[in-house]
Write a protein that binds this ligand. Structure first.
Ligand code: FNR
Length: 400
């Protein structure tokens, strides 16, 4: 395998972003809050975070692409389906069972955390705190390639709890192989191969705020260091520079490459059409992840929830289906499961919980979804996750 010099990769991908991490970490005022959160609903968290967070960081986390129509529609689309109230089911709330499993991993909840970059923006402990919070919730933590912590640091605090590694492939195979090998050796249970971001969506808050990542991307830095080129100095690179060296011309053959390099199951993330679901399964994907990146990519695309039923039909249980984008309520989790998802991931609210309460804040966010889910299951007559999956949802036209 041809080795590409780390410096070339670092400098090209991240411009001058990668160094002085410690100095900038000290300079950048991330939250140090710790403690459980009193949550009425997850929507409330956004304004609480906005009041305290650096403007650029908040814009990067909250924002979507272009007019943010897709981002809004992701959540609004759940309102277009109804859960029929069911009565006299002989169920007690304490008997509602939300445990499940995914890729053979037993879970206390059907809610996992979506991979998100640069969690040091939200909290000083970044991904370490999120991993601890997700472990406490009995669920799965997923580490982004662009995390502020290394795979090894996350593995160390996961304490046997399952975590996945999300790969943004580079055009530099040396980086891909180095990173996948570390993920496998550190105990990651699967690789999430994100394929919906060959370029970044047009995110206007980042442009208005002239947002620069203030902290280093730990896994890229490690690669640079181990390839003996040292990190370059300077502050953050623009988002467009980060994407510059990322692989753009994905093909289904990348799935086999990642499987071979990692020896782990590969979940292909960013599927929105039945045709693509079929192609990636045919190419060997072990699971698919239905997502439009939380409305951060193609603003003209449909709501992720709207495309889920047709994709699930095409998948026809050949592989498990993960769903994300717009999930803010237990009812949304219920509806996604009833529409063909096997597991549901949540993005931004986890970072808001992280910002407001560290590891415990992350756990509080998952517990809030769990609480709402249990109530919806009780009132919708579904005693466990299998029953939720078999529940029929209704549309306006069904009710005519
Ligand atoms: C993301 N997302 C993401 N996805 C991915 O595969 N790798 C990544 O590094 C990131 N980074 C990232 C950063 C931030 C701040 C956000 C908000 C999102 C997308 C993420 O995994 C998920 O698809 C969406 O966040 C789901 O939508 P909601 O729940 O935020 O609406």
């Amino acid at each position: 395998m041809k080795k590409v010099k780390a410096g070339l990769f670092t400098a090209t991908v991240l411009g001058l972003a990668m160094t002085l991490t410690t100095a900038y970490a000290a300079e950048y005022k991330a939250s140090i809050k710790e403690g459980p959160l009193k949550i009425v609903n997850l929507n409330d968290l956004e304004s609480q975070v906005k009041a305290n967070m650096d403007k650029g960081a908040f814009g990067y986390i909250r924002g979507g692409a272009e007019d943010e129509k897709n981002m809004r529609d992701n959540t609004a689309s759940f309102d277009r389906k109804y859960i029929m109230p069911r009565v006299m089911q002989g169920i007690e709330l304490k008997d509602i069972n939300i445990t499940t499993s995914f890729l053979g991993i037993p879970l206390d909840t059907p809610v996992i955390q979506a991979p998100m970059a640069a969690q040091g923006l939200a909290h000083r402990d970044g991904e370490i705190a999120t991993a601890k919070g997700m472990a406490k919730a009995g669920s799965i933590f997923t580490l982004s390639t662009y995390g502020n912590k290394t795979i090894e640091e996350v593995a160390a605090v996961s304490d046997g709890h399952p975590f996945f590694f999300q790969l943004y492939m580079s055009k530099n195979d040396a980086f891909n192989e180095f990173t996948l090998k570390r993920a496998k050796e550190s105990g990651a249970k699967a690789i999430i191969l994100t394929v919906d971001s060959p370029v970044g969506g047009w995110r206007e808050d980042d442009l208005r705020n002239n947002f620069q990542f203030p902290l280093g991307f730990a896994n890229l830095e490690l690669f640079a260091k181990q390839n003996n080129d040292g990190a370059k100095t300077g502050k953050g690179a623009g988002i467009s520079e980060i994407y510059a060296q990322a692989k753009q011309a994905f093909t289904p053959s990348d799935i086999q490459y990642v499987k071979k390099m990692s020896g782990l199951p590969v979940i292909v993330k960013g599927i929105q059409s039945p045709e693509d679901a079929d192609r990636v399964i045919e190419a060997g994907a072990d699971a698919i992840w239905v997502s439009n990146h939380g409305g951060r990519q193609l603003d003209s695309g449909p709501a992720s929830f709207d495309v889920l039923p047709a994709i699930a039909k095409t998948v026809n249980k050949r592989v498990p289906v993960v769903f994300d984008s717009g999930v803010r309520r237990g009812s949304h989790v219920f509806k996604a499961l009833a529409s063909g998802a096997d597991i549901v991931a949540v993005g931004r609210p986890v970072l808001y919980g992280l910002n407001l309460g560290g590891a415990q804040g992350v756990n509080s966010v998952i517990q809030q979804l769990n609480k709402e889910l249990r109530i919806n299951m009780m009132l919708g007559g579904a005693k466990d996750i299998n029953a939720v999956k078999q529940t029929r949802l209704y549309t306006d036209s069904d009710l005519q």
